[in-house]
Ligand binder design. Structure first.
Ligand code: ATP
Ligand code: MG
Length: 252
């Protein structure tokens, strides 16, 4: 039995009156990579945005049901604490354009008003860039703007920025879909290594990518969790015909 870092119970998500998640029960295993797959519009982004309480920022949006992070109901936690424990990386790399690489990595601290001593700041920058497999490429350019980097490097910078505040859980929404194949491959390698320090939930449309990086895979369809299990099991012996149809490219 794996240990669970995040658990949902009957999670429903709404935009106004429209219900887009229809009662999701999932246990996300700690220090593993979980892929979330499913056809466009099935609710993948909505699901992971519930995990760090971004969903509720949309006007009229709300959830029903429970989300427990390390056993605690996230709606009873301070928002800043949830965001610190649950980092997020988006599809399009979004480093802060006016900030240096160095300041980008530290942005999470700056934005929450945490002051760091210089040596501590330097240590965090170096460690985070190393975890994101970017240090060697940028160590002599830390005070240049992050936007000088290639797309793949910018995405690894965003991963470094997310890791800098030591999240327990890292959410990634199609993190390689805007990258060329080589840059995507580097980010994939990185995802596989990250689970030593953090739990990863990655939304992907790429079945082969899920096969390469994910220990577990969840298949969503029309707002329902159809199937969830070890990736190898889901891929070789799907229990639901819809999972099989999706995996063999019949829809989505
Ligand atoms: N801000 C919003 N307001 C209203 N409806 C929304 C909003 N965001 C998403 N939806 C709707 O919620 C449903 C789920 O959307 P979501 O973005 O979670 O899907 P997805 O699985 O991530 O799709 P994709 O693979 O295209 O990214 C869709 O029907 C979508 O139109
Ligand atoms: Mg999406």
């Amino acid at each position: 039995m794996e240990s669970t870092i995040l658990k949902t119970e009957g999670l429903k998500a709404y935009y106004g009156e429209t219900k887009v998640l229809r009662g999701i029960d999932i246990d996300i295993p700690r220090n593993r990579v979980t892929a979330v797959m499913g056809p466009s519009g099935c609710g993948k982004t909505t699901l992971i945005r519930c995990f760090n309480r971004m969903h509720e920022m949309v006007p009229g949006a709300r959830i029903e049901g429970k989300i427990r992070l390390e056993g605690r109901d996230i709606t009873s936690m301070k928002l800043i604490q949830v965001r610190r424990m649950v980092g997020m990386v988006f599809q399009k790399p979004n480093p802060f354009p006016t900030m240096s690489i160095y300041d980008n990595v530290l942005a999470g601290y700056r934005l929450s008003g945490v002051k760091l001593r210089k040596e501590e700041a330097q240590r965090i920058v170096e460690e985070s860039l190393k975890k994101a497999a970017l240090w060697e490429e940028v160590k002599d350019a830390l005070h240049r703007r992050g936007t000088f980097l290639s797309g793949g490097q910018q995405q690894r910078l965003c991963i470094a920025r997310a890791l800098a505040v030591n999240p327990r859980l890292l959410l990634m929404d199609e993190p390689t879909s805007a990258l060329d194949p080589k840059a995507a491959h580097r980010v994939e390698e990185l995802i596989s290594r990250l689970k030593e320090t953090v739990t990863v939930v990655v939304v992907t449309h790429n079945v082969a990518q899920a096969g390469r990086v994910a220990d577990y895979t969840a298949f969503l369809y029309l707002g329902e969790l159809i199937e969830f299990g070890p990736t190898s099991q889901l891929f070789t012996a799907p229990q639901d015909p819809r999972t099989e149809e999706y995996l063999t490219g019949k829809f989505g």
